[in-house]
Design a protein around this ligand. Structure first.
Ligand code: SF4
Length: 467
């Protein structure tokens, strides 16, 4: 290959980036912020890591599975670095914060590590590596900045960070260690971002934070989540509001009333239970009992009968007895969650529970986990079946990429394919729905009658007035 062509392609590669993302919505949104920063510097998205001059791995350390996936992804980059040494590899997110410069010893081809509260330093680190060819680390707490450019992954629904960090000290959780203390963004900053989103045509906003129910602590202006939702609902064009993640102890009656009274706030709440045993909840330092949790659900359902409630449950916390686990099953049965995300406890670095005795062996935890899944599968199926025949408002988010798998279910009506493509979206209760419709409906709110239900999604037909 002629040298001039080679240097051009090297230069093109230098300004292309790729980000591999693991973990929660906070991490996915951090990826949007890093993409925004890079694109503001003239970088463009590469079609694959092989084509990129800058590769970032945005890691998650909350559970071992996500951690080992991230480490495998970083490991696979060694070959790319060997083949093209100028490639810059950065490790970001929770593993970066937790492991810091130890990552360089384990993976010497990594050029920099960047903590989740130092995203604004990304461009500086890349420049430093490019110019000096030395490794760099930035793990400082430079606090959140609502001013960072954001390249949003989705054109109709957007995440907006309202706070970083967490002041709760759940004994199993690494988040306060890696994300730091609670830090709420001022109301005016957040509302400015929401207004900007509305101007760009966004219909749905999800407020993000580790513990959104304590949003506003330390801020002036009576800022709290209920007030923020009230003000955001006044922004013309924003038709749906959601928030995640909530802590049961901080879920106030005032917030429940706002959820009930403001039409833009969707009828869905993710409220992590973690355990139904009061003894285990105390050991987790969750600061509520199973009965408190169920009482909050009762109030929510009294105010918002259609609300869909999802949760997280951890199985096999240190000291969990068969009786404790039976109490978890009882609370799960009583709570009637729409969906439940469960996982088996494992030690995380820097946590209190890692130092606890009486660890539950895998051979005991795994069957408990399976029993919990079995119970929830039945409850989820019942919830899904109850959706049949309802007409739900759906935000049309995209075309259904998995068309062949769903075609049989959706094509009850032989003429349904004449209506266009297979579309997909979510109800206000956050349930996934597939249906046929014209491509022009993308980004619109439509009414869909639910005709089929499976464990993970619903199938439906557009209301005749919208065909
Ligand atoms: S509330 Fe508990 S589980 Fe949630 S981020 Fe804070 S410490 Fe972790």
């Amino acid at each position: 290959m002629p040298s001039s062509k080679k240097s051009t392609s090297s230069e093109e590669r230098r300004k292309r980036y790729r980000i591999l993302t693991f973990g929660c919505q906070m991490n996915a949104h951090d990826t949007e912020r890093m993409s925004g920063l890079l694109e503001a510097e003239g970088y463009s998205l590469a079609t694959s890591p092989e084509e990129a001059g800058v590769i970032l791995v945005n890691t998650c350390a909350v559970r071992p599975k996500a951690e080992s996936k991230a480490y495998s992804a970083i490991g696979r980059l060694r070959k790319l670095k060997n083949e093209h040494p100028p490639t810059i590899i950065g490790v970001c997110g929770c593993i970066a914060q937790s492991e810091g410069e130890k990552i360089f010893a384990r993976m010497p081809y990594v050029d920099f590590v960047l903590g989740p509260r130092s995203l604004g330093e990304l461009r500086r680190l890349i420049r430093q590596v490019e110019r000096q060819r030395v490794r760099a680390a930035c793990l400082d707490d430079t606090s959140i900045s609502g001013k960072l450019p954001i390249k949003r992954a989705h054109p109709y629904r957007a995440w907006v960070t309202i706070m970083e960090g967490c002041d709760n000290c759940c004994t199993y959780c690494i988040v306060p260690y890696v994300r730091g203390r609670e830090d709420s963004r001022p109301l005016s900053d957040i509302l400015g971002e929401v207004c900007g989103l509305a101007r760009e045509g966004y219909k749905e906003v999800t407020f993000l934070g580790q513990n959104v129910n304590s949003y506003g602590r330390g801020l002036a202006d009576r800022a709290n989540l209920a007030r923020l939702l009230e003000l955001a609902a006044e922004v013309p064009g924003i038709e749906r509001l959601r928030f995640v993640t909530s802590h049961p102890k901080d879920l106030s009656y005032e917030l429940m009333q706002v959820m009930a009274n403001i039409p833009q706030v969707c009828e869905h709440l993710h409220l992590p239970l973690q355990s139904g045993s009061d003894k285990v909840l105390r050991a987790m330092n969750r600061k509520y009992a199973g009965a408190d949790y169920l009482e909050k659900l009762r109030l929510l359902r009294e105010l918002i009968p259609e609300i869909s409630i999802t949760t997280d449950v951890m199985v096999g916390f240190p000291g969990e007895t068969e009786e404790d686990f039976a109490q978890t099953l009882e609370v799960v049965e009583a709570a009637q969650f729409d969906t439940l995300f469960s996982f088996i406890y494992s030690d995380r670095p820097h946590t209190v529970s890692a130092g606890m005795g009486n660890k539950i062996p895998r051979e005991i935890a795994q069957p408990r986990f399976m029993r919990l899944l079995e119970l929830q599968d039945r409850i989820t199926k019942e919830h899904q079946a109850r959706q049949l025949g309802k007409t739900e408002q759906v935000l049309v988010e995209g075309k259904n990429q998995r068309l062949p798998e769903y075609q049989d279910h959706i094509s009850d009506d032989p003429g349904s394919h004449d209506h266009g493509v297979q579309l997909t979206g979510r109800t206000r209760g956050n349930r996934l729905v597939h249906f046929s419709g014209l491509e022009g409906l993308l980004g619109k709110l439509v009414w869909v009658k639910i005709t089929r239900a499976s464990q993970h999604c619903l199938m439906g037909e557009l209301h005749p007035s919208q065909k």
